[in-house]
Design a binder for this molecule. Structure first.
Ligand SMILES: [Zn+2]
Length: 83
């Protein structure tokens, strides 16, 4: 499943969450996020990758090293923070 990393748009305030960037698992045909699920500020997708070729733990570690939070979509418009 592709993992997308979002960050608040440059110049916008955002919150701690989207300023640091967060990862979202989304289906390939899902619309990219336009707004931070926490504060509603506009976000941009800065990086995306497929988990193919990476072990899950490797990805998690990489994300943690970069200080990204990880979100899992649990429902339409609802995200669960994994860390
Ligand atoms: Zn935010």
């Amino acid at each position: 499943m592709p993992i997308y990393i979002y960050k608040v748009k440059e110049g916008l305030r955002g919150c701690k969450f989207c300023k640091e960037g967060f990862e979202v698992f989304q289906k390939i045909n899902e619309e990219p996020l336009k707004r931070c699920p926490k504060c509603g500020e506009e976000v941009i997708r800065i990086f995306s990758s497929f988990s193919v070729g990476f072990s899950k733990t490797g990805l998690d570690r990489r994300a943690k090293e970069k200080g990204f939070h990880k979100l899992k979509k649990v429902d339409k418009g609802k995200y669960e923070k994994l860390y």
